[in-house]
Design a protein around this ligand. Structure first.
Ligand code: D5M
Ligand code: FE
Ligand code: ZN
Length: 551
């Protein structure tokens, strides 16, 4: 097999159990006899090495194993060849043979602005503009990135892996909801002069009053008004939203168990509050997102579904191929929002569409695919509902057995949800199971599969990734409600619905990242057309995004 492309080299190394530095792969690609140098480099690597480095390759080249057809050695010293100087012959990122399709580099595709990607190649780039309204993509970065790990910073927050305390007892649920109430009511407290339920019941009839509580019940009355029951730590209290108050639009957005504030006037007998306004915790419009202080990018993906008959291996290879290209040099981070593998027994009759039936084998295969990603890429992964962790959220970040299988890349494996601060940009990662629920319950224009980012806006508004309890999304009680969005993120990254969509809500960039799985039989039966083989690439310095298509 000729080893003419970077991805082929990465794949061949992966086959032999090695991950490789980008520079090592580039050096190998530029060698006159890549196969011979690769053999020699592997030979030279220490027995316990997991990674082939540029030094291993250089040593092999210097020893004359395979020679060089370019200036692969001209960089000299331990620094070697700087890729950004173009000293190495540019190796084709992919060839028609290696991909089995037209071998052009991936195109940027349209997205956002309320419209999903068309799905065809060759469309113009669509970008989320920088905050000042300029399209920073047109400005070339002042200096090329150097992929120096010393410039990187990545900090994980809200990771509950290894911290699960819940036993499923009633008392655990009480504690979770108390924590939810405390942290979300704090956000609302500055905006309304609220009183506890108990105190409101004792206020004189006709007084102005406000209450903050978790939604216990929402019902429409015979006469077309709405009755909302709120609960706080002292009790429950009913609020009546009259149909002529112009609040229908707000009532439409209410989900059970979320935290809201209601302001209004007490009835004469102080038994009910007539609502004048309703507030969600929401994201302040003044939110100022952070930014990296150099040109560096993150690829935001999810739903790889390795092990499924429909896993799109070719698209994945094209993606990892591209990651090895000079164009992808700034992509130093890869964020993976769950559903690494297809799993087993997730849905009825799922086994009929499995390519790999054993869950561990699926992770082994996923891990082989992950090895194709340049070794010096920082990876963060959270689990999804197809992964081998408990289904109830928050989901801990895998057990040791699965971690061992996936350790090829030294990835940060954290819980679902979790936050990562990447060079000053705060990213909230959440797999997205509650999006199904938000889409099912809210009117089409507020949340739909075609515009998944709008459903994400709702979660930001509620400052909670899965407000409803006892519905479609399973929630496990913990001492703390890890699903509360306590700090406003700069970027909200989800997957799960297999639809690509992105947009900004009060300065927060919401991105749903599509998938690497073609349409399944189930999806066909319910008319879900997945957006497969896209990689949204986020500029961490401008928060502008470009979507690349690999299928
Ligand atoms: O979810 C992918 C999307 O498809 C998500 O919106 C749920 C939906 N889906 C897929 N299969 C099913 C079945 N069998 N029942 C209900 N909903 C389904 P994923 O997490 O990748 O399966
Ligand atoms: Fe999925
Ligand atoms: Zn999922």
């Amino acid at each position: 097999m000729p080893l003419e492309s970077n991805a082929r080299i990465a794949k061949e190394l992966a086959r032999r159990g090695y991950n490789a530095e980008r520079e090592a792969v580039t050096l190998l690609a530029s060698a006159a006899d890549s196969t011979a140098v690769l053999d020699a480099a592997v030979e030279r690597a220490p027995d316990d090495a997991l990674r082939i480095t540029a030094d291993h390759v250089r040593a092999a080249v210097d020893a004359g194993d395979g020679g060089s057809r370019s200036a692969a050695r001209s960089g000299g010293g331990s620094e070697g060849v700087s890729r950004s100087e173009g000293a190495v012959d540019p190796t084709p990122v992919s060839t028609p043979e290696s991909r089995g399709e037209a071998g052009e580099s991936p195109v940027e595709t349209e997205g956002s602005a309320g419209h999903p990607v068309g799905g065809s190649t060759g469309e113009p780039a669509d970008r989320v503009p920088a905050d000042d309204g300029t399209d920073a993509a047109d400005d070339e970065p002042a200096d090329t990135p150097d992929r120096d790990p010393n410039h990187r910073s990545l900090e994980v927050g809200n990771d509950m892996t290894g911290r699960s305390t819940g036993t499923g007892e009633y008392a655990d649920f009480v504690r979770t909801f108390r924590d939810r109430y405390e942290r979300l009511s704090k956000i609302l407290r500055g905006r309304v002069n609220h009183r506890p339920a108990e105190a409101i019941a004792n206020m004189p009839g006709g007084s102005d009053a406000a209450m903050i509580g978790l939604v216990n019940d929402v019902r429409s009355t015979k006469s077309g008004h709405w009755l909302i029951e709120l609960e706080d730590t002292t009790g429950t209290f009913p609020a009546l939203v009259m149909k002529d108050k112009g609040l229908a639009d707000v009532v439409d957005e209410i989900l059970m168990d979320e935290c809201v504030a209601v302001e209004g006037t007490l009835a004469d007998d102080s038994g009910i509050l007539f609502a004048d306004s309703l507030h969600f915790p929401d994201v302040p419009r003044t939110h100022q997102p952070g930014a990296a202080d150099r040109h560096v990018q993150a690829a935001l993906i999810s739903d790889v579904h390795v092990g499924s008959d429909e896993f799109m291996a070719d698209a994945w290879h094209s993606f990892t191929d591209w990651l090895h290209s000079p164009e992808a040099e700034p992509v130093e981070y890869l964020l993976l929002a769950g559903d690494m593998v297809e799993g087993v027994g997730v849905y009825p009759n799922q086994d009929e569409e499995l390519d790999i039936v054993d869950i561990y084998d699926q992770y082994e295969s996923f891990s082989e695919h992950l090895k194709e990603v340049p070794a010096d890429t920082e990876i963060v992964m959270i689990p999804g509902n197809h992964d081998a962790v408990r289904l109830a959220e928050p989901q801990p970040g895998f057990n040791d057995e699965i971690r061992d299988i996936m350790d090829v890349h030294d990835a940060q494996i954290v819980s679902n949800p979790a936050t990562v601060s990447v060079e000053g940009v705060d990213v909230l990662m959440y797999h997205g199971v509650s999006l199904d629920e938000v889409i099912a319950e809210l009117p089409e224009e507020k949340a739909s599969y075609d515009e998944p980012h709008k459903a994400m806006y709702q979660l930001l508004k509620k400052r909670h990734v899965a407000p409803q309890f006892g519905g479609h999304t399973r929630v496990a009680p913990e001492e703390r409600d890890y699903l509360v969005i306590e700090n406003v993120p700069d970027v909200f990254h989800t997957g799960h619905v297999h639809k690509l969509g992105w947009g900004k809500y009060h300065n927060v960039l919401a991105v749903n990242s599509g998938c690497w799985q073609a349409q399944t039989d189930f999806q066909k039966s319910v008319n879900i057309n997945p957006d497969s083989g896209y990689a949204p690439i986020l500029d961490l310095d401008t928060l502008q995004m470009t979507v690349r298509k690999f299928a």
